[in-house]
Design a protein around this ligand. Structure first.
Ligand code: FPP
Length: 221
């Protein structure tokens, strides 16, 4: 969900007001995904690198995560959305925020219509490191380490690899998102800044995805 800061700056607003404006984009995109039968929507809400931002902005994003959940979880729950979080639940995340995340996960755990996966305190490299640490902790011998054993120790192994990854805000980078999972994802880049992103932009990206030919390393049929 990139471009919030620039969106705010162009309007003479504070960066945090850009994040706040991103909420509408998130909710509209989630309902757009739901309306088209998408089973999993993963959004990058806070990266392991975002701790480097000014203290006030980090504090805002922590509190915002909590207040957004409090305000939206019941409506999402009523519509059959399962909310999960991917990322490190380390001591940098305030205990209150963690408790809130766990509450939303527990409330929505049995929902089946769509999974909204919030990548929060998430880094793609950190996720791979954490999976390898688990293998070592479990005493798995080197000869038994393969793609399947790593894959099954990612934060949410039940979630399939994404078919489509959309990067807004005109940047052409992966920025440490879903490194393992996006090995064969189709990438769509758009100049739209996140606060302006709406379901129509998602639909356009899906249309572009539908034109792509996926070979997964094989040859044309
Ligand atoms: C990147 O924009 C955006 C973020 C670091 C946070 C995205 C979060 C939301 C849209 C709201 C939902 C948030 C939570 C915590 C649930 P940027 O600040 O890098 O924008 P810039 O590239 O224009 O500076």
């Amino acid at each position: 969900m990139d471009g919030n800061g620039r969106w705010a700056q162009r309007r003479g607003l504070k960066r945090t007001e850009g994040h706040a404006a991103g909420e509408e984009a998130l909710v509209d995109t989630a309902y757009g995904a739901l309306s088209m039968g998408i089973e999993v929507l993963t959004v990058y809400a806070f990266s392991t690198e975002n701790w480097r931002r000014p203290v006030d902005e980090v504090r805002f994003l922590m509190n915002f995560n909590e207040s957004l959940l409090k305000r939206r979880q019941h409506e999402l729950h009523a519509d059959g959305v399962r909310i999960v979080f991917s990322g490190r639940r380390d001591r940098r995340v305030p205990r209150r925020v963690l408790a809130n995340m766990e509450e939303a996960e527990a409330l929505t755990a049995r929902n089946k219509v769509m999974t909204l996966n919030m990548a929060f305190n998430y880094g793609g490299r950190a996720e791979i490191v954490d999976a390898v640490r688990r293998l070592v902790d479990e005493g798995v011998p080197a000869s038994k380490i393969d793609e399947r054993s790593i894959r099954s120790r990612l934060y949410h192994p039940e979630i399939p690899d994404p078919d489509l990854v959309i990067r807004p805000s005109g940047e052409h980078r992966i920025s440490n998102f879903l490194l393992w999972e996006m090995a064969y994802s189709e990438l769509v880049f758009t100049d739209v800044l996140w606060p302006d992103f709406r379901r129509e932009h998602l639909f356009e990206a899906v249309e572009e995805f539908q034109q792509r030919e996926r070979r997964f390393g094989g040859l044309d049929k």
